[in-house]
Ligand binder design. Structure first.
Ligand SMILES: [Zn+2]
Length: 283
């Protein structure tokens, strides 16, 4: 590793640590608990972005402003032992977890893909996917307010990466990934709306496009990688489901978002290992 790469690595990890903190703000503030179920029978709605980012950080319980020295990723949570300095209310443990997962995934991504413009879409997917997963775990919703804008940005970043590296075929692979991942989920949602929320179909559009991009220059590899992602996500989902049913009771609804994101990130980072045995990997 060259000195420049080490500096970039340290800088990137710190940036993703800070991004993790930013994700926590969204995870805390975007979901809005409803007093009674809305017309779709949902218990949560989302706040407009203006309200999510308006004002300084405050304790959601006592309203005490959070000082900058209580806002340092991971360390502040440990120093405060997970409690608000003002009122002693618990600060959820997802804070340090999210703050650590973001830089960890960044480092894994560099290790797997290396430096280059092709990093852009996956570096965008990391904070977005972590945020969506945490919100889905808390509220069982995949917020439209995040998924569609995030998908638009992902498309722009893939266009940029494909253009800068002069490999437009990657966009076709991305599209095939999208259709392969979102298609079956759309059919399940259409046939059995009780079994799965439309949120998972939306998420599949974002994950499928990004995942497909990393399948490389052979469009059919997009299909293959998306199928692997479905299998991996289902296995992870099953484990999450068993744990959730144990923790929340037999009738609990189980979020699929975290397993889906985990499966997609796994397939993106492992794409060379999954595809090279078939001689179809080139990114
Ligand atoms: Zn407080």
């Amino acid at each position: 590793m060259s000195p420049t790469e080490i500096v970039l690595l340290v800088f990137g990890a710190l940036l993703f640590l800070a991004l993790g903190s930013f994700c926590c703000v969204i995870i805390d503030r975007l979901p809005l608990a409803l007093d009674e179920p809305n017309e779709y029978g949902e218990l949560w709605d989302t706040r407009p972005w203006g309200q999510v980012f308006g004002g300084n950080s405050r304790c959601s319980d006592c309203g005490e402003p959070v000082h900058f020295y209580d806002n340092i990723p991971v360390l502040s949570w440990l120093a405060l032992r997970g409690k608000c300095r003002g009122c002693g209310e618990r600060i959820p443990a997802f804070h340090p977890i999210v703050e650590l997962v973001c830089p960890a995934l960044f480092l894994l991504t560099i290790w797997s893909i290396g430096w280059g413009w092709q990093l852009l879409p996956v570096l965008w997917l990391i904070p977005v996917g972590v945020t969506i997963s945490a919100i889905d775990l808390r509220t069982l919703m995949v917020p439209t307010r995040i998924v569609w804008p995030a998908f638009a940005v992902a498309v722009v970043l893939t266009l940029l990466a494909a253009g800068l590296l002069g490999n437009w075929i990657w966009l076709l692979t991305a599209l095939i990934g999208l259709v392969t991942l979102a298609g079956p989920l759309f059919l399940i949602w259409f046939a059995l709306p009780a079994a799965m929320g439309f949120g998972d179909v939306r998420l599949a559009v974002l994950l499928g496009w990004t995942l497909g991009f990393y399948a490389g220059s052979e469009p059919l590899a997009g299909l293959f990688l998306a199928l692997v992602c479905l299998v991996v996500s289902s296995v992870v989902g099953l484990v999450v489901g068993i744990v959730a049913l144990g923790a929340r009771g037999r009738k609990a609804k189980v979020p699929f978002g975290p397993a889906f994101f985990a499966g997609a990130i796994f397939c993106i980072l492992m794409a060379p290992k999954i595809l090279e045995p078939f001689g179809i990997y080139s990114l």
